[in-house]
Design a protein around this ligand. Structure first.
Ligand code: NAP
Length: 253
């Protein structure tokens, strides 16, 4: 982290689901590179703690409670950002749910609805609210998953919603060009609360490590570095792309 630059000075970045894990890592990275960051999640306590941690690192941070499925809270997230910072340069859509390990044909309709709602639909609805405030040269990043390419049996429908984000990236990149670039990061396995099963069992952890070429799990910093690159001017000729950050796990050609 000592060698990072200042690519986001004067920029305003919103990261959803960002009070811990990959979202927090992204907010921290963008903030350390000079961005004013807006962090959010469902619980006020988590939001307050995340803001304190960011401020302790010298980052200008605003915290807003936002359950991404709540239309009023989504609107409030955008309104509070504009009231405080006046514009939006970067949006990272990071929230996801994985409520079931059932096979797709066994998955209840309510669970299908929740997966679609949180993993795909709310990303679109948030962008509808944000679009009027996006600046020229702005950047949208979706957080998908390496499981988008070959949805594993244990999280098949989750994987399919992540596949949808790859298509959404292409479609919105066309729709929002040339004013706004739209890209996507597909993380491999990162031991967060969301993926606690990775570290709960040594055999599972070892198996996942061995499925990577680099023989290790990913870190939130790995995901943050890739996201910051795509959101930055360094990627100013890249749009509609997905960057797989999975230590060489099988994804696509
Ligand atoms: P995490 O560490 O469990 O963090 C989840 C964050 O999201 C928390 O800040 C949580 O705070 C917030 N959150 C949960 N539900 C929310 C909702 N409905 N609305 C708003 N905020 C919500 O998760 P993570 O592993 O970093 O996952 C982040 C993203 O990476 C997800 O899109 C996931 O699919 C993707 N991903 C993760 C992995 C992995 O191995 N970890 C791999 C591939 C892709 P509150 O509890 O306060 O809401």
């Amino acid at each position: 982290m000592d060698k990072i630059g200042k690519r986001f000075e004067g920029k305003v970045a919103i990261v959803t689901a960002s009070t811990q894990g990959i979202g927090f890592g992204i907010a921290e990275r963008l903030g350390l590179e000079g961005a004013s960051v807006v962090v959010s999640s469902r619980k006020q306590k988590n939001v307050d703690e995340a803001v304190e941690k960011l401020k302790a690192r010298g980052i200008e941070a605003l915290g807003v409670v936002c359950h991404v499925s709540n239309a009023q809270q989504r609107k409030n997230l955008i309104d509070k950002t504009i009231q405080k910072f006046g514009k939006i340069d970067v949006i990272v859509s990071n929230a996801a749910a994985n409520p079931s390990v059932d096979a797709i044909l066994e998955t209840k309709e309510s669970v299908l609805d929740k997966l679609w709602d949180i993993n795909v639909k709310t990303s679109i609805l948030l962008l509808q609210d944000a679009a009027p405030h996006l600046k020229k040269g702005s950047s949208v990043i979706f957080i998908s998953s390496v499981s988008a390419y070959q949805p594993p049996a244990s999280m098949a429908m989750y994987g399919v919603t992540k596949t949808a984000l790859l298509g959404l990236t292409k479609a919105l990149a066309t729709e929002m060009a040339p004013y706004t670039r739209v890209n996507c990061v597909a993380p491999g396995f990162v031991p967060t609360k969301f993926a606690a099963y990775i570290t709960q069992n040594d055999a599972v952890r070892k198996d996942i490590e061995e499925r990577t070429m680099l023989n290790r799990l990913g870190t939130t910093e790995d995901m943050a570095a890739a996201t910051a690159f795509l959101a930055s001017e360094d990627a100013s000729y890249i749009t509609g792309e997905t960057l797989v950050v999975a230590g060489g796990m099988p994804s696509r050609l």
